[in-house]
Design a protein around this ligand. Structure first.
Ligand SMILES: [Zn+2]
Length: 54
């Protein structure tokens, strides 16, 4: 019966949009999601850099 333990447990979960439910971060969709987010951020930065040059 430890609240700290419960919070730790919650942190290792994430909301998986493709599955529409919570999964452990070891779930394969988590890696795919992180990769997509990184690509999106990169694309945004590249666009901003391009606009700054014009
Ligand atoms: Zn999933």
């Amino acid at each position: 019966m430890s609240k700290i333990g419960e919070q730790k447990k919650r942190i290792i979960h994430f909301y998986c949009r493709p599955c529409a439910e919570y999964h452990l971060k070891t779930h394969p969709h988590y890696r795919a999601m992180k990769r997509r987010a990184a690509l999106r951020r990169k694309a945004k930065e590249a666009k901003a850099a391009q606009e700054a040059q014009q």
